[in-house]
Design a protein around this ligand. Structure first.
Ligand code: S3P
Length: 172
């Protein structure tokens, strides 16, 4: 599989809490590729955490930084790229990601997303009284965009990381 993939990038898209970072890291070590995370990159560059960027520049400011980061990271080869959940909102980003490697939509149900993000303080879009409704709203807005961008769709469900990584590798 490593031989077949060569230096092809693998790009993970999906909702907050779908497991992009966890699966991405495991995939990177299985396939011997470098793991890169766009949110992490943005934080490194600005020297502040994502919520601070939202606070100072609003979501629009963050999206601009995100698009810039994706443009740069997509120049790389042989990486596993975990994108932020909203990366696919911008049509140019969708085109860019699609052209830069194999895009995988890590799909999870709203119930699972809720369970995984319940105590999260680092995602500005999820700081709300009604988290379930918020996640559902984002899911409804975005599911079609993830599907449109992805070459492969995989259900993250309740399975463990090792199982999911194996399932994914079998699909590549
Ligand atoms: C966002 C997802 C976050 C981060 C930001 C906005 C979104 O990334 O980019 O808080 O709009 O879905 P993760 O998907 O890695 O949590």
């Amino acid at each position: 599989i490593q031989k077949k993939l060569g230096s092809t990038n693998i790009i993970l898209v999906g909702m907050m809490g779908a497991g992009k970072t966890t699966i991405g890291k495991a995939l990177a070590s299985s396939l011997d590729k470098e793991f890169v995370d766009s949110d992490h990159e943005i934080q490194e560059r600005t020297g502040v955490k994502i919520p601070v960027i939202f606070e100072i520049e609003g979501e629009a400011g963050f999206r601009k930084r995100e698009s810039e980061a994706l443009l740069e990271l997509s120049q790389k080869r042989n990486i596993i790229l975990a994108t932020g959940g909203g990366a696919i909102l911008n049509p140019e980003n969708r085109q860019l990601l699609k052209r830069s490697g194999i895009v995988i939509y890590l799909r999870a149900s709203v119930n699972d997303l809720y369970r995984r993000t319940r105590h999260d303080k680092n995602r500005p879009l999820l700081q709300t009284q009604n988290l379930y409704a918020r996640l559902n709203e984002l899911y409804v807005q975005r599911d079609a965009l993830y599907r449109e961008t992805a070459h492969v769709i995989i259900d993250s469900g309740k399975q463990g990381v090792r199982f999911l990584v194996q399932k994914l590798i079998n699909k590549l």
